[in-house]
Design a protein around this ligand. Structure first.
Ligand code: ARG
Length: 310
């Protein structure tokens, strides 16, 4: 199917009406099992109260620049708070996730129902073909191509499926470090054609693909300690970047490039292997998501608060 065959449904309206993200409140969030190295040693170690407060802060930070839709948390799905793994959205269509681990497969029908009820056209891969949504698939800031991860969770063969759904160029990147098991933990295309990434998370061939598409002045290489704070796991809305607490060096670099850096402590979610970007799924089109910055209409009075340097 080509993008021309896509029939717009009401989900497309959500996408058109300004920057919009999907989040899931953390009442039922817990580290209950181990499906990535971050969860090791952290089973039942996340504070519910602290997680709730941190999520509220993140929600408030995103809600200043975007609309936030909510999906109801479901018993038995403690990772559902990581909505970026629900699927990948574009043009009112969602490519619904198929989770690799049985621990998360119970989330699939709940997310599927939310998308269907919200008017999105839902596309599904057969069972046994893992694809973990926006966790492993990120559009270039202008929507011109799709970067797709594989090697840990998502199966590379699903990349062709994504290409067929939207008729878009898909560039496959192989992940080689189990701590950076989703593409959104180590790679973040940014407004204006920048990319923030952790080179050591990729094999040589994938790095060459990244370097071919981004000139040196557009690359923001993140070092080990910021990468381990999930710096690349950032929500980008135009000139605004919302992310976990990072080093002063990195936040200054981003600010020097014209970004407003909003840092929110997310320690309780790191225990499950997630941070800002994992906790919010983009529903709006890329041009709509970044529109505020394109028209440079960011409210002036809020600038000093954004600049919370570490
Ligand atoms: N515990 C979850 C998992 O391992 C964390 C998901 C983080 N999400 C993300 N988009 N990287 O699946």
């Amino acid at each position: 199917m080509s993008s021309a065959d896509l029939v717009p449904r009401p989900g497309g309206e959500i996408a058109a009406n300004g920057p919009t993200f999907l989040m899931c409140s953390p009442e039922l969030y817990e580290v209950n099992y181990v499906i990535n190295p971050w969860m090791e040693g952290n089973v039942h170690a996340a504070s519910k109260r602290e997680a709730g407060a941190q999520w509220e802060q993140l929600h408030a930070a995103i809600a200043r620049f975007a609309r936030v839709e909510l999906v109801k948390p479901q018993p038995g799905s403690p990772d559902m708070v990581f909505t970026a793994n629900a699927g990948l959205v574009r043009h009112g269509v969602v490519a619904l996730s198929r989770f690799l681990h049985p621990e998360r497969q119970g989330e699939e029908p709940h997310f599927g129902k939310w998308f269907d009820d919200s008017g999105f056209a839902v596309r599904e891969m057969p069972r046994g073909t893992p694809f973990e949504g926006e966790g492993d698939a990120l559009f270039e800031w202008d929507g011109s191509r799709l970067w797709a991860g594989h090697g840990v969770r998502t199966l590379q063969s699903t990349h062709q499926w994504l290409m067929d759904i939207w008729g878009i160029e898909v560039i496959s990147l192989r992940l080689v470090d189990p701590r950076f098991y989703h593409l959104d933990t180590c790679f973040c295309p940014l407004f204006g054609g920048y990319v923030m990434y952790f080179p050591k998370a990729f094999d040589a061939e994938s790095l060459a693909k990244i370097h071919k598409r981004y000139s040196l002045d557009k690359r923001i290489c993140v070092g080990d300690s910021d990468a381990l704070r999930f710096a690349c796991n950032a929500v980008n809305i135009g000139r605004v970047i919302v992310l976990n607490e990072v080093s002063g060096e990195l936040s200054r670099r981003l600010e020097d490039l014209g970004f407003c850096v909003v840092q929110v402590a997310l320690t309780e979610f790191l225990k499950a292997g997630g941070a800002a970007k994992c906790l919010a799924l983009r529903l709006s089109e890329m041009d709509v998501t970044h529109a505020a910055a394109v028209s440079s209409s960011l409210p002036r009075e809020t600038v000093p608060e954004w600049r919370r340097s570490a």
